[in-house]
Design a protein. Structure first.
Length: 422
């Protein structure tokens, strides 16, 4: 019989938030997340609606900070992009330091507005004028790639130096990365740099030709790159088998991103047969160096995918992912460290199969070799839940019909002084 966690148990968890249990892979687009400044500079522990009303009133009197906060609350809390942008623009033009950076990111990523890197570059320049160091770094990247502005390495390097001088903590790593690339002796590195530049400029056909050229030279980055183009159909016909072929070539050279990416294909059965043991093996090979590989390996242990289910090892790998920089590693390590928390489901299909606030106990030590085995386990768990619910409903009906203490006791109830059965 499958171990079951009851509804009363789940009541001790964050009731109604089953989405927290779903551990999807980290391949989807990331929505803009509110930085800590939202609480410290805009909300001040007040409800968002009250804070917004206060900031709108101050903004109308010309307060640049309140203009920014009105836009930030609209953007990050209620996701009202069209209402947020005018406030952010007013704040930027009033000299606010952070507002131009936020606008630049929105336009660069096409979040809530039509993607327009040229406009993004203009806002980053405005951010520099307003004293924002991160804006200098982001504009440096645009000049490096030639997106939204002409390709100009000298200008890009100048802006990186400016970002460092202004106090940007991330800029030194960019300088270090460029120096590392210049000293990289792998074949085709110059071709790779141009291929990536063309890709970011959305010249996919030209990028694909260059990626293939340096991939044939044995460059593992380019083998990964051409594989990604085949997987998503950018500049070449979409072909998951070809994607897997090139990922394998890169993974065979130990490229940690390729190992994780190929592992995901084996996990999902895309371009290769579904094989969770192989997926876990590939994740493990990349997990010491790559945060997303470590996180993926944590998921495998969490759900028993290709490896024996082991919550402690899942926690260990989530902590490793966090140490390597994964944004959700620490959260899931904390969540699983509380043994009253359910491990949940690996995707929406599993959650829908269970239905409602119900969750099986950890399948300790069980290895699921593929999605068919895991779904069979989930459906069996759902049947157990249905059986328990049906028995509970029957008992409740019996208690409702009880007319004396004997009948109440037989139905598993408690006869009250008011002569009814609970």
């Amino acid at each position: 019989m499958i171990a079951i966690i009851s509804l009363s148990f789940l009541g001790r968890i964050l009731a109604g938030v089953l989405t927290l249990f779903i551990m999807l892979d980290e391949t989807g687009a990331n929505a803009l997340a509110a930085d800590s400044f939202l609480d410290t500079e805009c909300l001040h522990k007040a409800p968002a609606g009250i804070a917004l009303t206060s900031h709108v009133a101050k903004a109308k009197s010309g307060d640049a900070q309140s203009m920014f906060c009105a836009g930030a609350i609209k953007l990050y809390v209620s996701r009202e992009y069209k209402e947020a942008i005018p406030w952010l623009e007013r704040a930027a033009n009033a000299g606010h330091m952070r507002a131009p950076l936020v606008l630049g990111i929105l336009y660069e990523q096409g979040s809530g507005v039509k993607e327009d890197v040229t406009t993004a570059a203009k806002w980053y320049q405005k951010g520099i004028d307003n004293g924002n160091a991160a804006a200098a770094r982001r504009l440096a990247t645009l000049y490096h790639l030639g997106t939204g502005v002409p390709h100009d390495e000298a200008k890009s390097n100048e802006l990186l130096k400016k970002a460092i001088a202004m106090g940007d903590k991330a800029a030194p790593a960019y300088v270090e990365k460029r120096e590392k690339d210049r000293n990289d002796t792998r074949p085709g590195m110059t071709i790779k740099a141009e291929a990536y530049r063309l890709y970011k400029q959305k010249q996919f056909d030209k990028a694909a030709k260059l990626y293939r050229q340096c991939a044939d030279m044995g460059n593992d980055d380019c083998q990964l790159g051409i594989g990604q183009l085949y997987e998503f159909g950018d500049g070449v016909p979409k072909n998951e088998k070809q994607a897997a072929f090139w990922y394998m070539k890169s993974a065979d050279q130990g490229h940690p991103v390729a190992l994780k990416t190929l592992g995901l294909l084996y996990e999902l059965g895309k371009g290769v047969p579904e094989n969770w043991a192989e997926a876990a093996r590939l994740y493990a090979k990349g997990a010491e160096k790559y945060d997303y590989a470590a996180f993926a390996l944590g998921r495998m242990y969490e759900f028993g995918m290709g490896v024996p289910q082991n919550r402690a090892l899942a926690i260990q790998w989530f902590k490793k992912a966090a140490k390597l920089g994964h944004p959700k590693g620490a959260y899931w390590a904390r969540w699983l460290s509380d043994w009253t928390n359910c491990i949940g489901f690996r995707d929406v299909q599993e959650q829908n199969a269970i239905r409602g606030l119900r969750c099986p106990a950890d399948p300790v030590g069980i290895t699921f070799h593929n999605s068919v085995e895991r779904m069979s386990y989930i459906r069996d768990a759902a049947k157990e839940f249905d059986k328990i619910d049906a028995e509970a409903a029957m008992r409740q009906a019996e208690r409702g019909r009880a007319t004396n203490k004997y009948e109440c006791d037989s139905a598993g109830g408690n006869w009250t002084s008011g002569n009814y059965c609970m």
